[in-house]
Design a protein around this ligand. Structure first.
Ligand SMILES: [Zn+2]
Length: 134
């Protein structure tokens, strides 16, 4: 659906509203105007229904993302970021500014800067698992 679609885009053939004194013509004109008003109302309702559908979709998508983020956070908060052998399960790279960026292999939590890695994990970091300039 084009967003720029307007109600006047597909309006029916314009009515000839030439004033008439013929009661039958007047009645037919009134009936035609009523029918066209109903048609326009239906189009408006369709347009509103489409808008509502889009809003429902956007809200559902937002909720999906929120739930996924909450699940990720829960996984990260309950992860020890350690391998079964007790070493940190963090791999990463040192950037050109000397800042080390690490990511947990299990929960994908990222740590930017060694100072943000909990001390017990920092002690068990494997320097062979950190790339970048020496
Ligand atoms: Zn982890």
């Amino acid at each position: 659906m084009k967003q720029t679609e307007s109600l006047t885009g597909n309006t029916p053939t314009p009515i000839n509203l030439t004033p008439s004194s013929d009661p039958e013509t007047i009645a037919m004109q009134k009936q035609l105007i009523q029918m066209q008003m109903l048609e326009l109302q239906e189009r408006l309702q369709e347009k509103e229904a489409k808008k509502a559908d889009l809003l429902r979709f956007q809200l559902a998508r937002k909720e999906e993302i929120r739930a996924k983020d909450a699940q990720e956070l829960l996984a990260q908060n309950s992860c020890g970021h350690k391998k079964p052998n007790g070493y940190a399960a963090l791999d990463g790279q040192k950037d050109s500014y000397g800042v080390t960026h690490l990511i947990c292999n299990y929960c994908m939590k990222s740590f930017d800067g060694l100072e943000n890695v909990p001390a017990d994990l920092r002690r068990t970091l494997d320097s062979n698992r950190i790339g970048g300039p020496a």
